[in-house]
Ligand binder design. Structure first.
Ligand code: BES
Ligand code: MN
Ligand code: MN
Length: 456
């Protein structure tokens, strides 16, 4: 027998889906200043909805950037308190011409909902809101105390929420956190994520001549900052993917033997992953480590783009005065952003070729995290997931980052339950992002079941 809340969710599912589509139509792209009003509009819409379903003390919390949304319901005396987290901001949608339907016109196709933010994280965050609505509507109360905290800057490093959490506000007093923003290891396989990589995101600028120069008149005598930049980048990593920054691996903590053994028994087909998810002719990376180790438990360094110089359609013979690169590093447990950045900066300055000046800027950072699983909340989660999915939960890590999760642990002592329902091929941050509609439905049921279980 489904609980009254699950029955309510089932009856109201078509409406839930339409509401999600409305949210997805707002292009709340946190990194683009021209979308700041869209971010605020999304926050206001969520606040209004939280109020409508019966949450209390609903308010926007202003930050230096996009606002946080807060709500609570604290009438379950003697029961634990959960802090439910999600983010309402999304990544930019480019390249637009690769989308089969427009990114901000949510479209159902083959059992999926396609839109920017469908799975990351509006759809997943909205599962929380709809689970709360279902419980409040069906039972007139919640099975435990609930605080909701939504942010609009996760995709740009989460500075605002980090500053707020660091003040340890009374409004965040809780026993554990529930995070909406992760994925299932495979379709139909209930999954809890117990580790995330941290990151430092940097911009490296190389300056040569005082102004752009004619490449015929000055080529041969003037330094070329793009060539220098390429030389620096090539010096950061060897051909196997090992990072060459001195001391970079010093603090890397290897996964335990138990964790590694558990990863070996996950249903992972490397060839299928290569072909269908990555789509390259070969996988690359550090020798001696499995793909899961390389993406979950090893630090990495990536180049995201190199703005500058001539990028028009034709040809222009110029030696640009400056070249830049956006470079990030993923960090694993026991590494710290401060140390990694200092090591990186010193090494870049050391290997820069003659004739150019380099400057290195830290754009944002986040700590890695590894969550202990021996607590009653993880147990309640696996029990609830079994009831909905009919299977034992697998514990995985993710190579991605959710900067606030480490802060919740460090500042507030909260263990996080990272229970997400995305799929590996959901195209996060890429064209044709989607959320599987069945996962949206079962995700709401799972969250309801988990809150009921955690409140027993
Ligand atoms: N939801 C992702 C992180 C994620 C992806 C977790 C896949 C688990 C599985 C999150 O929105 C994200 O993209 N984070 C950024 C953070 C960064 C900008 C600080 C990331 O990982 O690049
Ligand atoms: Mn996300
Ligand atoms: Mn994301």
């Amino acid at each position: 027998m489904p609980s009254p809340a699950v029955a309510f969710a089932a009856e109201n599912h078509p409406r839930f889906l339409e509401e999600l589509k409305e949210l997805l139509r707002i292009p709340s792209i946190s990194t683009l200043p021209e979308h700041a009003a869209d971010c605020r509009k999304t926050a206001e819409k969520l606040a209004a909805e939280l109020k409508r379903i019966g949450m209390e003390h609903v308010r926007l919390i202003e930050t230096k950037g996009h606002p946080l949304v807060y709500a609570d319901w604290l009438h379950a005396a003697g029961k634990p308190t959960v802090l439910m987290y999600g983010h309402y901001d999304v990544q930019p949608a480019d390249p637009l011409d690769e989308w089969h339907t427009p990114p901000f016109e949510p479209t159902e196709r083959n059992g999926n909902l396609y839109a920017r933010g469908a799975v990351d994280d509006k759809g997943q965050m909205y599962m929380h809101v709809k689970a709360l609505e279902s419980l409040l509507a069906a039972d007139g109360k919640l099975p435990l105390n609930v605080r909701v905290l939504l942010e609009g800057e996760e995709e740009v490093g989460g500075e605002g929420i980090a500053a707020y959490v660091a003040t340890k506000p009374a409004d965040l007093k809780a026993d554990f956190a529930l995070i909406s923003d992760t994925e299932l290891f495979a379709p139909g396989l209930p999954t809890l994520c117990v580790g995330l990589r941290g990151m430092i995101y940097t911009e490296l600028e190389v300056r040569g001549a005082k102004t752009d120069l004619h490449s015929g008149m000055y080529g041969g005598a003037a330094p070329n900052p793009f060539v220098a930049l390429a030389q620096i980048i090539a010096g950061l990593k060897d051909r196997e993917g090992k990072i060459l920054i001195p001391g970079f691996y010093d603090n890397v903590e290897a996964p335990s033997a138990e964790e590694l053994a558990a990863w070996k028994s996950l249903p992972f087909d490397e060839e299928h992953y290569r072909e269908t998810e990555v789509g390259s002719k070969q996988l690359v990376g550090e020798a001696g480590y499995s793909v899961l180790e390389r993406t979950w438990a090893r630090p990495t360094l990536e180049v995201h783009g190199m703005p500058g110089g001539f990028i028009g359609a034709g040809a222009k013979t110029v030696i640009p005065a400056k070249a830049t690169a956006k470079i990030s590093m993923r960090l694993v447990p026991n590494m710290t952003p401060a140390k990694a950045f200092a090591q990186y900066k010193a090494f870049v300055e050391e290997i820069a070729p003659a004739g150019v000046d380099v400057s290195v800027r830290l754009i944002h950072q986040g700590d890695p995290c590894l969550i202990p699983v021996d607590n009653p909340y993880i147990q309640a989660a696996t029990k609830a997931l079994h009831a909905v999915w009919g299977k034992d939960t697998v514990f995985i890590r993710s190579g991605g980052s959710i900067p606030i999760v480490g802060d919740l642990d460090r500042h507030l002592g909260l263990p996080s339950v990272m229970m997400g329902f995305g799929l590996p091929d959901d195209n996060l941050h890429a064209p044709n992002e989607k959320f599987n509609l069945e996962n949206f439905r079962l995700g709401i049921e799972s969250v309801i079941g988990f809150l009921e279980e955690a409140g027993k």
